[in-house]
Ligand binder design. Structure first.
Ligand SMILES: Cc1cc2nc3c(=O)[nH]c(=O)nc-3n(C[C@H](O)[C@H](O)[C@H](O)COP(=O)(O)OP(=O)(O)OC[C@H]3O[C@@H](n4cnc5c(N)ncnc54)[C@H](O)[C@@H]3O)c2cc1C
Length: 467
């Protein structure tokens, strides 16, 4: 009996690898500019972490100004039309919350990639790269037992983990500079049967449950009244109760607070609470450990909430996210790197392709705490931070762009990843049209197009609006 080995060869202008926030942004944007674009993902759907119950954070900056718009806004607008989002709301803790329905997000992304002519290749794992003289020539995928080799003019690594850059030999960093620790992963899950009013009554009686540790400096106003005033909220708290339950051995999770996202479906919340410590999301054994340990924490966690927290008495498991959410792995070194000093001082250079404004939010990789640092205003993510310094024709989008570990605590949020992707997609398409390397494209022409699509690139832009 002979074994079978089938191989298919394809060619495209722009090949985007990974269909999360960064990849969807880049692929739609490249196709919108007229580039023939393929978008690859290992899942049977697109959206990555945008489909696991998380809210889109920080469309607005700490002063309530909208600093991310363009394509990310177009997606939110469609979600609003479908009843899958309430839009943006200022939040003293997160700058702003944009709660979304994860199922509708999948549908909206499919609508948009059809509308703009992106060709999706789903159910494909990226398994290799072909690099000649430092230039990426093709990427190899495997799906249904067959190999597909895709040649492209420009490649965009939007795998989150920087898998393509890693395979192609690009230099990268991983974890905090001090100890190499990466932020822990979380398996998201949703519950139904949540009684919001009852929980809000409890918080009103126990305002101390909304007090956060000294490492979590948040602006005043994060109160029960603020949460009750709108369904568009993300709750972070219950520190006293969780501390007590952990001392009594009744809490299954390694963190000091509970986070829930109030989904746009009455009685449904998504829980962002599980934390797997000392974890490396680039190792398959670790991913397996993380998936199993996380799943096994869900029922004890639900029972703990049911038995101890008013409003949670009747919750039941509704859905478990299709994969463990990985916060942090590799950051690929680009032609430029966005560093802490520039971000905290709100530096917005002339070659900025997206603004970041989310707080610096670093979940401990080995303990129960979270370090939060506010930013006074937005900072610029420059085009050079999205181009691999080592591998020609390779661009980066999403969380694996070239930032230091502190800036990563901010730039990792999904609206920023999508906005970066929008700039990368235009850069990739112009590189193809002008037969140039991505780094040789005039950044001002990318910025002009971004502005035409409604993106916000500086605080002086006429279009910076108070939401
Ligand atoms: C638990 C958790 C909570 C978070 N909370 C928030 C929040 O509240 N709000 C917020 O805005 N951000 C939040 N973030 C951050 C944010 O979700 C991510 O940083 C962001 O989604 C990264 O986008 P990305 O496109 O780079 O990666 P992803 O969204 O991870 O997308 C990567 C895509 O690439 C595909 N892929 C990866 N490797 C391969 C491969 N080898 N072959 C084929 N396909 C591959 C994956 O299937 C996936 O679809 C959170 C992250 C986590 C994990």
């Amino acid at each position: 009996m002979e074994t079978r080995s089938e191989r298919q060869v394809m060619k495209t202008q722009v090949l985007v690898l990974g269909g999360g926030a960064g990849g969807v942004g880049a692929a739609i944007s490249a196709a919108r500019e007229g580039a023939e674009t393929i978008l690859v993902d290992r899942q049977g759907f697109l959206g990555g972490n945008m489909t696991i119950g998380l809210p889109l954070l920080a469309f607005l900056d700490a002063q309530g100004r909208q600093v991310t718009r363009g394509l990310p806004q177009e997606i939110v607008d469609r979600l609003i039309e479908l009843g899958g989002s309430f839009g943006h709301r200022e939040c003293p803790l997160h700058n702003s919350t944009t709660v979304i329905d994860p199922n509708l997000m999948k549908i909206v992304i499919f609508e948009k990639i059809k509308q703009y002519g992106v060709r999706p290749l789903l159910h494909c794992e990226i398994i290799g790269t072909n690099v000649e003289n430092g230039e990426l020539k093709s990427v190899i995928l495997k799906g249904k037992g067959k190999e597909i080799e895709i040649f492209a003019d420009v490649f965009v690594d939007a795998t989150g983990d920087g898998d393509v850059a890693f395979m192609a030999g690009a230099e990268y960093e991983k974890g905090q500079y001090a100890n190499g620790e990466t932020q822990p992963p979380t398996l998201m899950f949703t519950v139904g049967g949540f009684n919001l009013e009852r929980f809000m009554d409890f918080l009103e009686e126990h305002p101390e449950e909304l007090k956060h540790g000294t490492s979590m400096k948040i602006r005043p106003g994060y109160t029960a009244d603020f949460l009750r005033a709108s369904e568009n909220h993300v709750f972070v708290g219950l520190k006293n109760t969780i501390t007590k339950l952990r001392k009594e051995g009744k809490c299954p999770i390694d963190r000091d607070t509970i986070i829930y996202i109030n989904l746009p479906r009455e009685g449904y919340i998504a829980l962002n609470c599980i934390r797997i410590l000392n974890f490396d999301g680039t190792k398959i054994e670790e991913l397996s450990r993380g998936e199993i340990e996380s799943n096994l924490q869900i029922i004890p966690l639900i029972n703990m909430l049911k038995e101890n927290i008013p409003g949670f008495e009747h919750i039941y498991l509704s859905s478990i996210a299709p994969f463990l959410g990985i916060r942090e792995t590799r950051r690929i070194l680009g032609k430029q790197m966005i560093r802490e000093e520039a971000a905290v001082n709100g530096v917005i250079p002339e070659d900025t392709i997206a603004l970041g404004s989310y707080i610096i939010d670093i979940h401990s990789g080995s303990g129960d705490s979270t370090l939060i640092r506010s930013l006074t205003g937005p900072y610029g993510i420059t085009y050079g931070a999205t181009i691999s310094k080592d591998v020609k024709r390779l661009m980066l989008s999403g969380r694996c762009i070239s930032v230091d570990p502190v800036v990563f605590g901010s730039s990792r949020v999904m609206p920023t990843c999508m906005a970066v992707g929008e700039g990368v997609g235009i850069g990739a398409a112009l590189a193809v049209q002008q037969n140039r390397a991505p780094e040789d494209v005039d950044v001002q022409s990318i910025r002009q197009k971004l502005r035409e699509y409604g993106a916000i690139l500086s605080l002086e832009d006429d279009n910076v609006v108070k939401a």
